[in-house]
Write a protein that binds this ligand. Structure first.
Ligand SMILES: Cc1ncc(COP(=O)(O)O)c(C=O)c1O
Length: 293
C-alpha cells in the first residue's frame, strides 16, 4: 500500500471536483424516501432545479448518468422508425446518434469535422427539404465536452421556425448546464437533457429531462417502449414530492447544496467565471502555439 499525501484533484472535463460543502451535505444519513421529510426535500428540489435550466416546466430527475437521460428523452416522445435529425459536432453527438439507432429510430446524420457547432443555415435547409414533415426531432449537443465546441441554441431554434417545421427540439446540456448561459423556455427547447457531474458540481448519478409543453403532448402519442424512463410515472409521483422508485437520496442532498451555492454566487457570475477560465485556457493554448477548435 502506498500513501499519497494531499487531496486528489480531478483534472478532466467531468466529473468535476465536488466542493466540500456538497460532499458534507451528501454525508448525512439516508432518510425514508416515502416519508414527510423526504417529501419536503423533493418538493423543494423539483421546484428549485428549474432555475438552472431557465424553465418553469417540470424537470424529471433520474437516478442515472447522462446516457440514461439521453435515452429517456428519445423514448418518451418518439415512435419506432421516426426520423430524427442529428449533427456530428463531436464525440457525444455521435454517442447520442448510436443510442437513437439502437432505439429503432431513423437518424438523418449531418457529418461534421468536430471543429464547429451546428450550422443553423444547414438546419433550415435540411428541414425545408422535408416537406412531408417526416423528421420528428432535431437533436443538438449544446457543448461538446470532448472538444469544447458549443452550438448556438437560439439560432438553431430560429432555423427550425424559419423552415416552419414542427419537429421537436432536443438539447443536451450535460456539460453546459451551470457553466454556459442556457434558457430552456426562452430559447424554445422542447426537451433538455442534463446531468449532475459537471457544472452542477455533483458526483455522477443524477440526470434530468426538462419536459416542454409540446414534448408532453408528443409523449401521449409516442410508442417506443419505456418503463424505467416513463415521464408519466415520474411526473405523477413528483406532484406530491415523491419518486416512483428509490431516488438517489444522498445525491439529492448534494443537489440542494449545489443549488444553494449557485444561487449565492448568482448564475450570471457563475457563467462569467467559466467564460473567464475558458478564455484564460484559450490564451494559454495559443501561447503554446497550438490550434483552437
Ligand atoms: C455532452 C455530454 N453528453 C452526454 C454525456 C454522457 O453522459 P454520462 O457519461 O453521464 O452517461 C456526456 C458525458 O461526459 C457529455 O459530456
Amino acid at each position: 500500500m502506498s500513501y499519497r499525501a494531499g487531496r486528489h484533484f480531478l483534472q478532466i472535463p467531468g466529473p468535476t471536483n465536488v466542493p466540500d460543502r456538497v460532499l458534507r451535505a451528501m454525508s448525512q444519513p439516508t432518510i425514508d424516501h416515502r416519508g414527510p421529510e423526504f417529501q419536503a426535500l423533493g418538493r423543494e428540489l423539483l421546484d428549485g432545479v428549474r432555475e438552472v435550466f431557465g424553465t418553469t416546466r417540470p424537470v424529471v430527475i433520474f437516478p442515472a448518468s447522462g446516457t440514461g437521460a439521453w435515452e429517456a428523452a428519445l423514448v418518451n416522445v418518439l415512435s419506432p422508425g421516426d426520423r430524427v435529425l442529428m449533427f456530428e459536432t463531436g464525440h457525444f453527438a455521435t454517442l447520442w446518434k448510436q443510442i437513437a439507432e439502437r432505439m429503432g429510430l431513423a437518424v438523418e446524420w449531418v457529418p461534421g469535422d468536430w471543429r464547429r457547432g451546428v450550422d443553423p443555415a444547414q438546419v433550415e435547409a435540411q428541414l425545408q427539404e422535408d416537406r412531408g414533415h417526416a423528421v420528428k426531432a432535431v437533436c443538438v449537443v449544446h457543448n461538446e465536452t470532448s472538444t469544447g465546441v458549443a452550438s448556438r441554441i437560439p439560432l438553431v431554434r430560429h432555423a427550425i421556425d424559419h423552415a416552419r417545421h414542427p419537429a421537436l427540439f432536443m438539447v443536451d446540456t450535460i456539460s453546459s448546464l451551470g457553466s454556459i448561459d442556457y434558457r430552456h423556455d426562452e430559447w424554445g427547447v422542447d426537451v433538455t437533457v442534463g446531468a449532475s457531474q459537471k457544472g452542477l458540481m455533483l458526483p455522477p448519478g443524477l440526470s434530468f429531462n426538462v419536459v416542454g409543453e409540446k414534448a408532453l403532448a408528443a409523449h401521449g402519442r409516442a410508442a417506443l417502449p419505456r418503463a424505467y424512463w416513463d415521464w408519466s410515472a415520474v411526473l405523477a409521483a413528483n406532484e406530491k414530492g415523491f419518486f416512483p422508485y428509490t431516488p438517489a437520496t444522498n445525491l439529492l442532498y448534494g443537489l440542494k447544496e449545489a443549488l444553494a451555492m449557485l444561487r449565492e454566487e448568482g448564475l450570471p457570475r457563475v457563467f462569467a467565471r467559466h467564460a473567464r477560465h475558458g478564455e484564460a485556457t484559450r490564451r494559454a493554448v495559443r501561447a503554446w502555439g497550438l490550434e483552437i477548435l
